[in-house]
Design a protein around this ligand. Structure first.
Ligand code: ZN
Length: 472
């Protein structure tokens, strides 16, 4: 398998360093609010990569994602709402895990909280001070960027080329504008912990260094996140980790592209801001996964309702085939005839194409296209196959489920309430189509009108009828 590595700016062969075990660290949520539709992208992309490595490579994956439960934004939210920082953190941590479940993304192997690791961060920062990589000013501790030998190697930014810009905090206390905070002295009323430099709290960049090493040990294979984290967050992680010890840090750095609305960035002031849970009020989890994974993870993703509706129609097409075949073959057993055997044998070609796509820098765009080609081919076979040959359709359905699995699609045994609801709506849409074909328009209109009363709109498109739930 090959993956694009931001550190080397190249696509490189990837495999785990030891024990057929891949250690993945994906920067997690700062729990002061719900996830929006931009920061749910790494959750879906790297969750899918994890499942692909587990199921198609048979590697064990240790998937660690931190929870940042102390931070300036939490403190600000607490001042605005009067709720304690701890109560806000608990509320949005729970919301985060609920969202993972709703999206059918597997829970991380470990989800360490920053506040549970302050002691270790203090020891680490003390080591940096002792080695001359950090200095203390009025209870704050700063990392001395000048002392890091390869600073800028991840983001491609060199100190000499940089200007003190908006992403760098200017402060007279710092020796250099690019020096960053490792420890922040507490103002009164803020959450704080004791340290050799006085009461305070650790900076965000330090927590990922400490927790990735603690929970992955020597399995430092993949560190991932959105490409807005390349600088300064990931650059500053590498600077600290390599300054504190000669042990190697992560080999592969993977970054997903940002989300746009018709070329514009999402922003509350532009009126295009949406939370991830709001999308799930309208579309089911499979549609959302299909939409996000139908674009290459490194490219920008243009978010649109048309895109989501197209994803919904594409998912429905596959689900319809799976449902029809399973209904037809439920009580039939035995082996397919020779034509069916030939069809079954041809399915391996689709699997090989899918694996080739996924192995090529996790090209889910091509992988999804293979799934749709497989549906077309299977539908062609269905139209002509007769008798025992039709038993071969079961192999196509098994393959569809297998290929969909890493992408969170078409799996059996995951039918929560939402997928039963989705299945019932697909069934009603199918029945309405037949009613219209039989010119029973009074009945087909009744289906449409009564669904509308329940908050479900039907829309007839070239790809067929699609349903959508109106946001409440
Ligand atoms: Zn991080």
């Amino acid at each position: 398998m090959q993956l694009y590595n931001t550190l080397t700016k190249r696509v490189q062969p990837f495999e785990p360093q030891q024990d057929r075990t891949v250690g993945m660290y994906v920067c997690g949520p700062t729990v002061y609010d719900h996830l929006h539709i931009g920061n749910v992208r790494p959750v879906l992309v790297f969750g899918a990569l994890r499942r692909y490595l587990e199921r198609f490579k048979n590697w064990r994956v240790l998937y660690v994602q931190n929870v940042t439960d102390v931070d300036d934004r939490l403190i600000k939210r607490s001042a605005e709402t009067g709720e304690s920082v701890a109560a806000i953190a608990e509320k949005y941590t729970r919301a985060y895990f609920d969202l993972l479940q709703a999206l059918r993304v597997d829970r991380p192997t470990a989800s360490p909280l920053a506040t549970d690791h302050v002691r270790e961060m203090v020891d680490f920062i003390a080591l940096l001070v002792q080695r001359g990589h950090a200095y203390v000013r009025d209870g704050d501790v700063y990392f001395r960027v000048e002392s890091a030998k390869d600073y800028g190697s991840l983001s491609g930014r060199r100190l000499s080329e940089q200007e003190a810009g908006s992403r760098v905090e200017i402060s007279e206390a710092k020796e250099d504008p690019f020096d960053f905070t490792l420890w922040k002295a507490a103002k009164s009323g803020e959450p704080s912990w004791p340290s050799p430099w006085g009461d305070g709290r650790p900076g965000w960049h330090t927590e990922c260094v400490i927790m990735s090493r603690k929970y992955l040990g020597s399995h430092l294979d993949i560190h991932a996140g959105g490409n807005d984290l390349v600088f300064p967050h990931h650059e500053n992680e590498i600077a600290q980790a390599t300054a504190a010890s000669d042990e190697p840090f992560f080999r592969f750095w993977l970054h997903n592209g940002m989300l746009h609305f018709g070329g514009e960035e999402m922003h509350k002031s532009l009126g295009n801001f949406r939370y991830a849970y709001q999308i799930l009020e309208v579309y089911d989890a499979e549609t959302v996964s299909y939409f996000y994974l139908s674009r290459h993870y490194r490219k920008p993703l243009d978010f649109s309702d048309e895109g989501l509706r197209a994803a919904q129609a594409a998912v429905a097409r596959v689900r319809r085939l799976i449902g029809d075949v399973e209904a037809e073959l439920r009580n039939r057993h035995g082996n397919a005839g020779s034509d069916g055997g030939a069809f079954s044998a041809s399915l391996q070609g689709f699997r090989a194409r899918y694996v080739a796509a996924m192995d090529d820098d996790f090209n889910t765009v091509d992988a999804v296209a293979v799934i749709q080609d497989l549906v077309s081919e299977t539908n062609r076979f269905r139209e002509t196959a007769t008798g025992e040959d039709r038993l071969a359709l079961r192999d196509a359905v098994l393959l569809l489920r297998e290929l969909g699995g890493p992408l969170g699609l078409f799996e059996s045994g995951t039918s929560g309430a939402s997928s039963i609801e989705a299945g019932l709506l697909d069934l009603l849409v199918d029945l309405r189509r037949e009613l219209r074909a039989r010119k029973a328009f009074d009945l087909s209109d009744r289906v449409r009108d009564q669904l509308a009363e329940l908050g479900v709109d039907l829309k007839d498109t070239e790809q067929g009828t699609i349903w959508s739930r109106r946001a409440s």
